[in-house]
Design a protein around this ligand. Sequence first.
Ligand code: OSB
Ligand code: MG
Length: 368
Amino acid sequence: MKIEKITLRQVSMPLIHFFETSFGRTTQREIILLEVLGEGLSGWGEVTCGEEPVYSEEWVDGAWMLLGDMIGPAIVNRHFESAADFCEIIPAVRGHNMAKGGLEAAVWDLDARQAGAPLYRHIGGVRAEIPCGVSIGIQDSIDELLEKIAVEVEAGYQRVKIKIKPGWDLDVLRWVRDRFPGIKLMADANSAYTLSDVDHLKGLDEFYLMMIEQPLACDDIIDHGKLQAALETPICLDESIRSVRHAGQAIELRACRMINVKLGRVGGFGEAKRIHDAAEAAGMPVWCGGMLESGIGRAHNIALSTLPDFVLPGDVSASKRYWERDIITPPVEVTPRGTIEVREAPGFGYGLDHDYIAHLTTRQREIG
Ligand code: OSB
Ligand code: MG
């Protein structure tokens, strides 16, 4: 296959409700969309980096420049066998997985469309319906958090993740457990603790959480292994796993018992599948994380979640939790069973609201 043209668009989308983690609060998303053109068809992808380099080193302006000045020009009109071989023509840029991963996902979407196949089948997915959870940010008060959880439990979501940080952790979890003793509950610290907090973190065990996500440093594996040995609560790694090599090391060092796989963080479907395969071979379940995506990234996450080892509910939830109006049609909807039914149309399976995308676009650049 061959990419004849790439269009970069930046869309500006206000969130319905702010999203706060241990590293900050987001109220408005700036999202780079990628359209890759080949043989008269378009594939679409989304760059999942933040507006600022706080979850990882990547950010929107950096990704825009990298894709527009370096990666885009280097791949336009180059021949490659299929989306699985796209890695062979990507320039040897170190890191920047979200920029590369957004483009790779667009290429997979195009490849699936050219084959007339749904993307999820094209990547080897097997599930017609995926289990869904929600990620709920740090709130201004416990009452607001409890109210938000009540709404999502009522909607049918299969598990609830709350964000924690020092000062918003054990007491908050106690309130949540008091009110919702039976829900599947987990907490995500986004690297807010260190190994010196081990005694404090042992306090998590009384809340019988499904897992604690990324308690320690974003680039750490070894200390997570030490912490896991001291905790009953399973550790799930997010930030620390950027490649199948990291996944292999985490498995070997028993640094986690599950992995949150994010397409952007690991650089696309190719590496996500390799991590999936390594975890599956080790008997470790995985789930699909989220990065407050628009419908395009959300649709890719749904496809990824159909691979066999994605057995745990992911952070893939309904469009209306984020956006007044999404850029895909129909928006992503969740059943009262807390699932998303996977669509069978070619590519990622949803339509695009081109008028609305044009309306939201703040800058655009064409390559090729
Ligand atoms: O750590 O999983 C995370 C959002 C932005 C950055 C990091 C994370 C998150 C989420 C949100 O938890 C998941 C979602 O609802 O998209
Ligand atoms: Mg996380």
